[in-house]
Ligand binder design. Sequence first.
Ligand code: DGI
Ligand code: FE
Ligand code: FE
Length: 200
Amino acid sequence: MKKAEAISIVEPHLTKERFDHTLRVADTATKLAQKYGASTEKAELASIFHDYCKYRPLEEMERIIRLSYLPKDLLQYHHELWHGPVASLLIEQEHGIQDEEIQSAIYYHTTGRANMGKLELIVFVADYIEPGRSFPGLDEVREVANQNIEIAAWMVSRNTIEYLMKRQNRIYPDTFHAYNYLTKCLDGGNNFDQKLIRNT
Ligand code: DGI
Ligand code: FE
Ligand code: FE
């Protein structure tokens, strides 16, 4: 599917702010894909659809989770976690997008997971660092994202867990699995420049 068609499908489902966010994620993810040798077409398409279901009625998403192969434990956690998995399924049902890498990048864009592939890492990080965001410590993540996508993803997952814990929110297992997996990579050392994670 071409970029223009994807955009015209997604736009009516989103608010103006969310749509602008989506375009910035697509732009950011495309640049990361160029840098890290991933498919720019897939990065763009996954990004355009990543928040496709952000505003679906909760009852509709709940029904889809109950009736599909999606894991039922999602229903025990905050509904904010539902829009990625539901979108990965609906883009195929409603628009015939059947691509494991794209669907997986959309599925896991909120939580991450263990052993993410390149496209998953790119969308996970791009969603967090796109230029419209402002979180504490974000500039550091942006800088690291230009050097090492795994360390950047590790920072995103650490920052998200810290944020959720401070608010005493429940944390979905995949969110921890992402953090633990990326931390194990950091421990391994060889692929990671320790200077990049000083003072973080
Ligand atoms: O859809 P976006 O706003 O662009 O961003 P997102 O899909 O990454 O995240 C939506 C929210 O979900 C964000 O405030 C962080 C939160 N979140 C991420 N992991 C977890 C989580 N919330 C809970 N309760 N549990 C998690 O594990
Ligand atoms: Fe999202
Ligand atoms: Fe998003």
